[in-house]
Design a protein around this ligand. Structure first.
Ligand code: AMP
Ligand code: MG
Length: 485
């Protein structure tokens, strides 16, 4: 067998694609393959393990009709505009139809230098690629839209970072790799050339792939903005509800589909604190946990700017329409977040006037007592079942928490509802670090155990207690992630 890869992006948008080839992998060795995902895609996992499969997963064996390409994009990185980023170490192998009829991208990361590599070596190390694998699969299991990891293959090529590390390629699958930065790049080309042809083709391609309802709207490009804004509002609400910190929300790392993408310095918050930042280079906290909704809106404003010439020929009218569209973001976000919190607190039917103050009074107490954001909700479900002592034991100001508990109990919380949405197992930072260190040294055991825990996150399993516990306070307080991936 092989995968029937289409060259749809390359064919429809050649200005945004540079046909390219992966670098050879001297000694490919499969580290992990995602069997459930392979089945969903209609790909035989045993075939993936064989020579042709490994060749596809590293880009060194290209199906005869495929045209692998590096995709062009621009982007705002930490607020500063970069006109030319693009896939510096990645390739779009092509699109394929999965077993449910959905069109998906097959994309490789760490496959060698491309014309967009700038000073980079085009490579990726085993640790960061496995990190993306674990965290993206955990996100998927939590019900959060995300790119998926199909496999990580060690290449046998050394990668030079602070030390010499084993190299790897991550094969990932996504609804597409269209980014806000893709639109920024196309808008710049259109502005330079004085016509919106490329931009329009890109927008039509995005509508067809992700937001088909926009195609029949009165103003389809305004409808595209509305749809992306709605998808991103829901997505960032889901991140906030599980305590996920993306870490590098540059506009080139934000999709048009509404899937989470580009797992670099991301991590899950432990002690609740809106100022939580893990990335070593985010010294100002631009991408801190609590800033994520505002940054999403900022990125959407950059997206809206690219669409202005398509939204209306009169720029004043276009701006007014785009602003009105972006004005709805806050409400969409609030609704998604509040609905999610209702479920987390086990009170899905509670009216806004009782649940909103409940949330507003809970979060500062959690912050004051530095409570583990994940563990808290499971302990609270215990309180709904009649055993409040474990959750009470987490709070410094017991009187305030008891008062809160009383008002929460009056809403008759349902612990079964809570346990369906509040994970027991998330990829805890100390466990991820341990698993990646072991894997880099050749021991994949801890990684497999971690994957088993985080890919079934809601069901408490005896014997897995250590996967549910936060790290040591000292470790968590100083934990940093690095972009030099
Ligand atoms: P990221 O912050 O990982 O989303 O990457 C930002 C940009 O840097 C993208 O254009 C990447 O393709 C590029 N890049 C990151 N690492 C490398 C590398 N090792 N070699 C070449 N390009 C890279
Ligand atoms: Mg990126």
């Amino acid at each position: 067998m092989t995968l029937a890869l289409q060259g749809r992006f390359v064919g429809e948008l050649p200005e945004l694609a540079v046909p390219w080839k992966a670098e050879a992998a001297p000694q490919p060795q499969l580290l992990v393959v995602n069997e459930p995902l392979a089945a969903e895609l209609g790909v035989d996992a045993d075939w993936l393990r064989g020579p042709d499969g490994l060749g596809l997963l590293t880009g060194t064996v290209v199906p005869s009709d495929a045209t692998p390409a590096a995709q062009a994009y621009a982007g705002h990185q930490f607020g500063g505009y970069q006109p030319r980023l693009g896939d510096g170490r990645a390739l779009l192998m092509g699109e394929f139809v999965d077993s449910t009829g959905r069109l998906r991208d097959l994309h490789l990361k760490g496959s060698g230098r491309t014309p967009f590599a700038r000073g980079g070596d085009g490579l990726a190390a085993v640790g960061p690629m496995l990190r993306e694998y674990v965290i993206s699969e955990a996100m998927h299991a939590l019900g959060i839209p995300t790119t998926r990891a199909l496999a990580v293959v060690a290449t046998g090529r050394p990668v030079y970072r602070d030390t010499v590390l084993p190299g790897a390629v991550l094969a990932r699958v996504a609804s597409s790799h269209l980014r806000v930065g893709t639109f920024q790049y196309a808008a710049a080309v259109s502005a330079r050339e004085g016509n919106v042809d490329l931009l329009r083709r890109l927008a039509d391609h995005a509508i067809a792939r992700h937001h088909p309802a926009a195609a029949v709207a009165e103003n389809r490009y305004l409808a595209l903005l509305d749809a992306v804004s709605a998808a991103q509002a829901k997505l960032v609400a889901q991140w906030m509800l599980v305590g996920f910190v993306h870490g590098v929300m540059n506009t080139d790392n934000m999709t048009i589909s509404g899937e989470t993408i580009d797992y670099g310095p991301c991590a899950f918050m432990e002690a609740f604190d809106p100022a939580t930042v893990f990335s070593s280079i985010d010294s100002s906290g631009r991408y801190a946990y609590g800033n994520q909704p505002a940054i999403t809106l900022w990125n959407l404003a950059r997206f809206a700017e690219t669409l202005l010439p398509l939204i209306h020929e009169n720029s004043g009218a276009a701006i007014a329409l785009a602003e009105a569209s972006l004005d709805s973001f806050a409400g969409l976000y609030e609704t998604a977040w509040t609905d999610g919190m209702r479920a987390k607190l086990g009170v899905p039917g509670a009216p806004a006037e009782s649940v909103t103050p409940l949330i507003e009074q809970l979060l500062p107490q959690m912050q004051q007592s530095q409570i583990d954001y994940t563990l808290f909700y499971r302990l609270l479900a215990g309180a709904a079942r009649g055993d409040a002592e474990p959750v009470r034991g987490e709070f410094i100001d017991l009187a305030a928490f008891d008062e809160w508990l009383g008002r929460w109990r009056a809403l008759e919380p349902d612990p079964a509802v809570m346990d369906r949405v509040n994970p027991v197992y998330i990829p805890r930072n100390h466990l991820v670090e341990d698993a990646l260190t072991a894997a880099t040294g050749g021991d994949l055991g801890p990684l497999q155990q971690l994957l088993t825990a985080v890919t079934a996150p809601f069901e408490e399993r005896p014997g897995s207690e250590r996967f549910a516990e936060p790290g040591e306070k000292e470790f968590s307080a100083s934990f940093q992630t690095f972009c030099g991936t």
